[in-house]
Every structure is written in structure tokens, then in C-alpha cells.
Design a protein around this ligand. Structure first.
Ligand SMILES: O=c1[nH]c(=O)c2[nH]c(=O)[nH]c2[nH]1
Length: 298
């Protein structure tokens, strides 16, 4: 045969599941988008079309909904762990399961006494997690995307390399804005270790990340990124690695001289493209990196 099969995986992508938990009149919502990807002894279905090892993707979809009922959704991470363990331990040909979950957050509207079942979708960020299990070890990488932040001062950018193409004026008081995409890898990797409290961990990581963004007097977005990552690693023992992809959302001062007006760092043009794209990993010292360089691959 002149060809052989390379890496392959399959499953049902983007299963949208909403789970309501009723605590008397007070309701709780988990709203997830769950993608299942399975791999293992799947040569034959590709070579001959024999489906003898193939658990249908339709079944993987049904399992997501059945598990939402049977086990509930305590956290996206816990739910993903349940699913991954199930696929790998119940089907001999399936050796590895990768569960990716996006989570959408609903906040209580908060009208006193009347609001136990009324929610508004939180517009800030989308929570993410990816669980990978090969029957013996776990990898949990969680994160977020679309978290837009801005500092209206305490940002400078100067002292950079200048060649014959450089026109950028040095900035001693500029706007620093970005849309954070981040992934962090937990050091929980086997069933002997106690699992982190996933919900507390997320809230704390987000808090440290935002505080570091706000508190860093920035000489570059690169420096701010490093501060955001190291703040997380220093404060959260359960996390060994953080990777960021930070678009520099440029704000350019508008020239108001033609109108006889002085622009005293007040009026900006918010450009949407092109944008600087600053990406880096921050690691606990001595730890090997595991998060892919290109976050669109995760
Ligand atoms: O924070 C910044 N980092 C850069 O590398 C860069 N390059 C640039 O043109 N502006 C900025 N800002």
C-alpha cells in the first residue's frame, strides 16, 4: 500500500448543554458547549470501513446529555473529567479522550425575592477548559478568551529599536488595551492527587490576572503579560504554566490641529487592525512547557 494512516480522532463537536439545578425556588445554571474527541485503535474503520471499534459520534453526544442528568455539572472541568474517564474505561479500542468545553456565564438579575430564576448572560469572557485522559494520566488546561481590558494611563512605550522604516513616536503616556486570551495548565495529573477546587481556582486566576494588569506600570505589553502570568503562578500552587495571546488594541491620538484644537491626550482613534500580537508562556521554574504555542490549536 503506498499510503498509511496518520493521526486521527473523532467525536461530536459543540454539544450545547444547559443544566438547571433546582434548589427549591432558587435555580442554578450551567451552560456549556462540549466537544468530544476520541482516538485509539481506529485503523480498520479508515482502511476497510469496518465500524467494529467505532462508538458512534451520536452516542458521544447522548452521553454528554445523560451525564448532565446523572452526574450534574459541578464545574466544566469536573464534567469533562467524568466524560473522558467514561469513554476511555468503557470502550477498549478508545485509548485517549479529549474533552473541550466552552462555558457561558449567567448572572442573577437580582430583583429582591423575585429573581431566583432570572438571569442575564454575562458579556465579559468565555471560560474554556480542555481535559485529556489516556487511561493513566490527566492533563487539564483551562482558560478564557475575549476578556477586554484597558488602562487609560500608566503605560509607556519608548527606547525601542529604530531603523529607516520606523515612524512610531515614543509614548510616555498611552492607552494600553487588550483582549485577553489565556490558557493555564494544572499540575493535577493522576487520580491519586486530590483535584483542585476548579471554580475557586478560576475566580482566583481571573482576579490575579486583572489585578496584575491594573497594577503594573507598563513599559510594554510584553512586560505586563509577564506580570500577569507570574502573579498567577506565584499565587496558585495548582498551576504550573500560563500562556497568553494579547492583541495590542492600539489607540491613536487624533490630530485636531486642522480644527485649531489641541489634543491633550483626550481624543483617540480606536483602531481594530492591524494590531500588535504579543504572545508568551510564563512557567513555574523547572517545569516543562505543555501548552501549544498557537492557542488556536487548543
Ligand atoms: O507594548 C508594545 N510592545 C511592542 O512590541 C510594540 N510595538 C509597537 O509598535 N508598539 C508596541 N507596544
Amino acid at each position: 500500500m503506498p499510503t498509511i494512516l496518520g493521526q486521527n480522532q473523532y467525536g461530536k463537536a459543540e454539544n450545547r448543554v444547559v443544566r438547571i439545578t433546582r434548589d427549591g425556588a432558587t435555580h442554578h445554571i450551567k451552560d456549556l458547549n462540549v466537544s468530544v474527541s476520541l482516538s485509539g485503535d481506529m485503523d480498520e474503520v479508515h482502511y476497510s470501513g469496518s465500524n467494529a471499534h467505532v462508538l458512534p459520534t451520536d452516542t458521544t453526544k447522548n452521553t454528554v446529555y445523560a451525564f448532565a442528568k446523572e452526574h450534574g455539572i459541578e464545574s466544566a472541568e469536573q464534567f469533562g473529567i467524568h466524560l473522558a474517564r467514561h469513554f476511555v474505561t468503557s470502550q477498549e479500542p478508545i485509548r485517549t479522550a479529549r474533552i473541550r468545553i466552552e462555558e457561558y456565564t449567567w448572572e442573577r438579575i437580582g430583583t429582591a425575592g423575585e429573581d431566583e430564576h432570572s438571569f442575564v448572560r454575562q458579556g465579559q469572557e468565555t471560560r474554556l477548559t480542555q481535559i485529556t485522559y489516556d487511561g493513566s494520566s490527566w492533563e487539564v488546561v483551562s482558560g478564557l478568551k475575549d476578556l477586554t481590558v484597558m488602562n487609560s494611563t500608566n503605560s509607556e512605550f519608548w527606547g525601542y529599536v529604530k531603523d529607516k522604516y520606523t515612524t512610531l513616536p515614543e509614548a510616555y503616556d498611552r492607552i494600553l488595551a487588550t483582549e485577553v486570551s489565556a490558557r493555564w495548565r494544572f499540575n493535577w495529573s493522576d487520580d491519586e492527587q486530590e483535584t483542585p477546587d476548579w471554580e475557586t481556582s478560576y475566580a482566583q486566576v481571573k482576579k490575579h490576572m486583572l489585578q496584575a494588569f491594573a497594577e503594573t506600570y507598563s513599559l510594554s505589553l510584553q512586560q505586563t503579560l509577564y506580570q500577569m502570568g507570574s502573579r498567577i503562578i506565584e499565587n496558585r500552587d495548582e498551576i504550573d504554566e500560563v500562556r497568553f495571546s494579547l492583541p495590542n488594541k492600539h489607540h491613536f491620538l487624533v490630530d485636531l490641529e486642522p480644527f485649531g484644537l489641541k489634543n491633550d491626550n483626550e481624543v483617540y482613534f480606536a483602531a481594530d487592525r492591524p494590531y500588535g500580537l504579543i504572545e508568551a508562556t510564563v512557567l513555574r521554574d523547572g517545569v516543562e512547557p505543555g501548552i501549544p504555542v498557537d492557542l488556536t490549536n487548543l
